[in-house]
Design a protein around this ligand. Structure first.
Ligand code: ATP
Length: 257
């Protein structure tokens, strides 16, 4: 069942076409890899799908349940409330807050924090707060980070900061999670561990994942399907075996005719 449908989406920045007439579909619970050489348009596509940019042309529809929503032109927080979450190429944590607080912040958006209950500190307020803490701790446990819940985010090792970004995104209960180069800057052991974690999230949570990654081992190991971009255009789609044999893709990566 289709969860996200991108039809004929184009994004121009002045005279530069960063994304050109892209069509793609993501099904419920799929794990998709998005690859392409530097500057191919991968991050721009994520930014279009999460409301950071408005498409110059085309439509993006999201169908988490029966009803379908048009996403193009909607802002990031509206799109987040519909069930789409992401991480960024550059880590964007609240560095002075604790690990637990970082996870809980995303949940406030999801719960649509009620001003009346917060202001009067009602029973309902404390119940929701406790539930959020419990859920955040459970998520941290999956990532083996529960004993670091009280650490300041900036004191975590780099690999843990990257993991925390994913935990925070999961805290919003997404149906679709975009991960922008989650293994960037990690050593081989960390990136191996992360690959297993992404696989685990995919197996245990009811969500689809789209992954941008330059580490081909990560992409080829876990993607069920892969889309390949070059110069803003989709040049291939298929399973990892199909993509590895695709001549257009080989040319895009290795150069030459
Ligand atoms: N805000 C912007 N204004 C102008 N040009 C932009 C903007 N964002 C991206 N671009 C351009 O759009 C093209 C696609 O960039 P994008 O960052 O999406 O590529 P990418 O595939 O994510 O690259 P990388 O793998 O290096 O992160 C590039 O030529 C880039 O310079």
């Amino acid at each position: 069942m289709t969860l996200l449908k991108v039809e004929n989406v184009t994004k121009n920045f002045g005279g530069l076409t960063a994304i050109s007439h892209i069509n793609l579909e993501i099904n419920r619970n799929e794990l998709i890899g998005l690859i392409g050489p530097n500057g191919a348009g991968k991050t721009t596509l994520f930014n279009l799908l999460t409301g950071v940019y408005k498409p110059s042309e085309g439509s993006i529809s999201f169908k988490p349940q029966e009803e379908s929503y048009e996403l193009s032109g909607k802002n990031t927080s509206k799109i987040g409330q519909k069930g789409i979450a992401r991480t960024f190429q550059n880590i964007r944590l609240f560095k002075d807050l604790t690990v637990l607080e970082n996870v809980r912040i995303g949940m406030h958006t999801e719960q649509g924090a009620n001003i009346f209950h917060s202001f009067f500190r009602t029973k309902e307020f404390y119940r929701t707060e406790n539930e959020m803490t419990e859920k955040a701790m459970n998520l941290l446990k999956i990532f083996n980070m529960e004993d670091k819940a009280k650490y300041k985010a900036s004191n975590l090792p780099y690999g843990d900061q990257r993991k925390l970004e994913i935990v925070r995104a999961l805290g919003t209960n997404p149906k679709l999670l975009f991960l922008d180069e989650p293994a960037a800057g990690m050593n081989a052991k960390e990136s191996n561990e992360l690959t297993q974690l992404i696989q685990k999230i995919h197996d245990e949570f009811d969500l689809a994942i789209v992954l941008i990654e330059h580490d081909m081992k990560v992409i080829m190991n876990i993607s069920e399907r892969i889309y390949v971009l070059e110069y803003g255009k989709k040049i291939a789609e298929g399973t990892s075996q199909e993509i590895q044999k695709n001549e257009h893709v080989i040319r895009a990566y290795l150069g030459g005719d």
